[in-house]
Ligand binder design. Structure first.
Ligand SMILES: NC(=O)c1ccc[n+]([C@@H]2O[C@H](COP(=O)([O-])OP(=O)(O)OC[C@H]3O[C@@H](n4cnc5c(N)ncnc54)[C@H](O)[C@@H]3O)[C@@H](O)[C@H]2O)c1
Length: 258
């Protein structure tokens, strides 16, 4: 019988050699693991985040500070990243995101806008800026958007309707981008992580509750690791996924299968 435990970060090839990669939210969690894996597979990597002093970035990566909610900053950051990478990013990973817990009846309009602006508007602004640059340069590309299993099912225990709506929007926008940009050879896919052990996760604040949840809701019976999501993202960004666009891939230990 095989083990259900996470394997260490996988063996790396050179699938991303010659690729110019831009990872938003790359200072932490899934974005950081993805930037690391893209670099290990031969890509040139620019990391974008809103923090002043990111720690632990891959040594060869470039850092661009940007708040993805701000249209002007996004335009500037994509130009800056293009200059650093030697051309427009042909891989964009939209991992910047925030998570908040609040019941819908208690939610203020500000709560709602904060989450939608980061997770949905930020993904739109970044993708539009990169797609425009790729289309102008007649260069093919791949975008991978971070959605969530929260986009696929409601959750009465940890209510976050604004977050779920933002990620549902990301899925709809992923399909629309895939349809509109296929003619420019730009593929667009989404991953839906389940409970992944990163600074964003709230479940681990309550270890006993987390253990119960993992037992009844996650067939693999454990949290996911950031590098396991990164491996799927890098597959979707790589030439191995050359016929995959508009797809939604859960990375959730089987949570949405039951
Ligand atoms: N961890 C999970 O269990 C989980 C589950 C489902 C989906 N996700 C999604 O995966 C993505 C990455 O999550 P994570 O767990 O790595 O979170 P994380 O908190 O570890 O990292 C998110 C990063 O995004 C950055 N960020 C936030 N707002 C920003 C902004 N306005 N501009 C620029 N950068 C900004 C943060 O500074 C941080 O570095 C998110 O979109 C999240 O919604 C995570």
């Amino acid at each position: 019988m095989g083990s259900l435990e996470a394997e260490p970060a996988g063996a790396t090839g050179a699938r991303m050699r010659g690729r110019r990669c831009l990872v938003t939210g790359g200072a932490s969690g899934i974005g950081l693991a993805t930037a690391t894996r893209l670099g290990a597979e031969g890509g040139s990597v620019a990391v974008l985040d809103r923090v002043d002093q990111p720690a632990g970035l891959p040594e060869t990566s470039f850092y661009v500070r940007c708040d993805v909610r701000d249209e002007t900053e996004v335009e500037r950051a994509v130009s800056e990243a293009s200059a650093m990478l030697g051309g427009p990013p042909d891989v964009l990973v939209n991992s910047a995101g925030i998570y908040r817990v609040r019941a819908l009846v208690e939610m203020t309009a500000n709560d709602w806008h904060e989450v939608l602006e980061t997770n949905l508007t930020g993904t739109f602004l970044m993708s539009r800026a990169v797609a425009r640059a790729l289309i102008d340069a007649r260069t093919p590309g791949a975008v991978v958007n971070l959605a969530s299993t929260a986009a696929l099912a409601g959750d009465p225990l940890e209510p976050s309707g604004h977050y779920a709506a933002s990620k549902g929007g990301v899925l709809a926008m992923t399909r629309q981008m895939a349809a509109e940009w296929a003619g420019h050879a730009i593929r667009v896919n989404a991953v839906c992580p389940g409970v992944i052990d990163t600074p964003m996760l709230r479940l681990t604040d309550d270890p006993a509750g987390a253990a119960r949840y993992l037992e009844w809701a996650v067939p693999l019976g454990r949290l996911g690791a950031a590098h396991e999501v990164a491996a799927t993202i890098v597959f979707l960004a790589s030439p191995d996924a050359s016929y995959v666009t508009g797809a939604v891939v859960p990375v959730d230990g089987g949570a949405t299968a039951i």
